[in-house]
Ligand binder design. Sequence first.
Ligand SMILES: *Cc1c(COP(=O)(O)O)cnc(C)c1O
Length: 430
Amino acid sequence: MKGKPNKPFPLSKAQLEAVARQYPTPFYLYDETGIRQNARAIRRAFSIFPLFKEHYAVKALPNPFILQILAEEGFGADCSSLPELLLAERAGIRGEAVMFTSNETPAQEYQTALDMGAVINLDDFTHIAFLEQNARIPGLISCRYNPGPLKGGNAIIGKPEEAKYGFTREQILQAFPLLRDKGARRFALHTMVASNELNVAYHIETARILFELAVELQVKTGILLEFVNLGGGVGIPYTMEQEPLDYEYLAAGIRKAYDTIILPAGLDPLGIHTEWARVVTGPYGWLVARAIHRKHIYREYIGLDACMADLMRPALYGAYHHITIPGKEDAPCTETYDIVGSLCENNDKFAVQRHLPKIEVGESTGDFVVIHDAGAHGRAMGFNYNGKLRCGELLLGSDGSLTLIRRKETLEDYFATLPATLVPVFKTLV
Ligand SMILES: *Cc1c(COP(=O)(O)O)cnc(C)c1O
């Protein structure tokens, strides 16, 4: 047990009191310095390759302020929908810095991605004809490979054989020559087979599978790939027992596979691309809530002003998120609590039977409850069930400034999608 979170919450209790007076809890807080340092460490580790590009998966934290920080650090974007393409565009991420990795894609989204000059990453063989009929085959095209039984599974994403994504090996070998016949001139190969995976060997094996297929493609079809995209899925240590993945060690392992497979085949330089998200921003975001109720029945409960509509990972996957109580970081964990939200769903629990210091409750006086590692797949997965309004987002700048980068939702937001004739009725009720 390390006992301490990997990334300590960056504000003291006194600082947090001041922030909460201006921006009532709950809210997300992101740390610019941490994100930048981490982005630089990733690029440094992969600088051992002739060509490296990370495309941050926008879905994990779709806020243009964050995307702009990442763009300044040289990252591109991975998008899977029209709004995500627009977010990347707004953050100044353009052209081939954008990977469009979607599935069951509508024609209009392909067209927009093409108009933006993004790299289209096809998810299925039938999409070659679909793209040609509804838009056009671009000069640079990528295909997503599903290795099926050749690759072992992973807890969150499941077995590749059962995953809906990508082309089979045989389809890949047919797709690229067909795309060449239809006018494509530059080619890339993608895969994504894991989620939240901390095992370095697993990621190295993924790279090796892509390298071997790159060689096979060249030998059998004469197609030369410009880059391979290893996808996302690098894990973070949510629990105190886990250790962060070592970027340098991972990059060195992939480099070794590159040297033994790509170099002798004469395929150097081959670009190495990634679509990491969780590991890029996850540890640098926190959900900050306040303890407002305590309840004692068969168990001891602490009720927060946040709920699973703000962060659904614990409810959805039973995921562990570390929790600290500002001002009580070193206090003994004498209590055993279920830390819960207000949703009418019994799985609305941020923590189950968690050992924590004694927590004081109260709407404006209660202890703050900080939920760690919420900087990816956090606010983004929020929803409005039970009429819950999603919380806002704050950015702690490298200069110490605090910026509201998304406000909390309002009742007006909640009713905005009703027919226009009804909206005034609700306005009079508020
Ligand atoms: C979700 C996703 C990612 C990012 O995954 P992380 O686990 O957050 O790194 C990358 N690529 C694709 C296609 C995805 O669906």
